[in-house]
Design a protein around this ligand. Structure first.
Ligand code: ADP
Ligand code: MG
Ligand code: MG
Length: 252
């Protein structure tokens, strides 16, 4: 589904990603952990197509297409979804209009008709229950005045509405209390299918108690320096990241 080979990316002439490789297959959940500043958010932003990053080398295939050749809206149309670490507030745009537009632009990309009002509302009802939003945020502007937990729930709600093939969650757990964390994890677990995949970027092991990953990767200084089974997350929690510096080269 996603195949990243030797990806190098810079911001303002500073190289952040320094030859990153990653393979994600349908049905899998990959966790990416790593110290602050190692390039996790940069990876998510480069995949989503944010403009401030310059890709200097490497190859990214998504469903057989060259992802780096696609515009951000085309990437979304192909089924890529990114939940941001710091969700943006969009005053004056209702959450519902925002979502309807997002759904319709994906449909347009695929050559499908716009979603019917009835179908849209049915979907809203179904998916907001999934994340415990139950109508509270629907009529407000996108993320405006939402609490941290509400923003994160809203991200999962957006994800559920858009039903992506590959969703990247960038520290969706940061700042969440345990109930919101479980809701986010429940949402992901319920959306999980054989034909979609998730990349969960997280600083803390605790999210992975609820979203059980197939593979855990450690990103350090712009590269994946170790990959392993879910137990690797526990080892990282216990030992930190420093031991991996001497361990470079023996990664999976
Ligand atoms: P992580 O998400 O792993 O904490 P980031 O991808 O956010 O790491 O950042 C990686 C590195 O890139 C850091 O050293 C950070 O300071 C730098 N960086 C990120 N965004 C910018 C920017 N807009 N301008 C300059 N440097 C940046
Ligand atoms: Mg960070
Ligand atoms: Mg980050």
């Amino acid at each position: 589904m996603l195949s990243i080979k030797n990806l190098k990316a810079s911001i303002e002439d500073t190289e952040i990603l320094k030859g990153l490789d990653l393979e994600v297959k349908p049905g899998e959940i990959h966790a990416i952990m790593g110290p602050n500043g190692s390039g996790k958010s940069t990876l998510a932003s480069v995949l989503a197509g944010r403009e401030d990053y310059e890709v200097t080398e490497g190859d990214v295939k998504f469903n057989g297409k060259d992802l780096l050749d696609l515009e951000p809206n085309e990437r979304a149309g192909e089924g890529l979804f990114l939940a941001f670490q710091y969700p943006v507030e969009i005053p004056g745009v209702s959450n519902m209009n925002f979502l309807k537009q997002a759904i319709n632009s994906i449909r347009e990309y695929k050559g499908e008709d716009a979603i019917a009002a009835k179908e849209f509302l049915k979907k809203v009802k179904e998916k907001q229950d999934l994340v415990g939003l139950s109508g509270r945020l629907a009529n407000r502007s996108v993320n405006e005045g939402f609490s941290g937990g509400e923003k994160k729930r809203n991200e999962i709600f957006q994800m559920a509405m858009l039903d992506p093939k590959l969703a990247i969650l960038d520290e969706t757990d940061s700042g969440l209390d345990i109930d919101a964390l479980k809701t986010v994890a429940d949402g992901v677990n319920q959306l999980r299918r054989k034909d979609n995949a998730f990349i969960v970027i997280t600083h803390y092991q605790r999210l992975l108690d609820y979203i059980v990953p197939d593979v855990v990767h450690v990103l350090s200084e712009g590269k994946i320096v170790k990959s392993g089974p879910k137990e690797l997350a526990l080892e990282l929690e216990e030992k930190g990241y420093d031991w991996l510096k001497e361990d470079e080269g023996v990664n999976a």
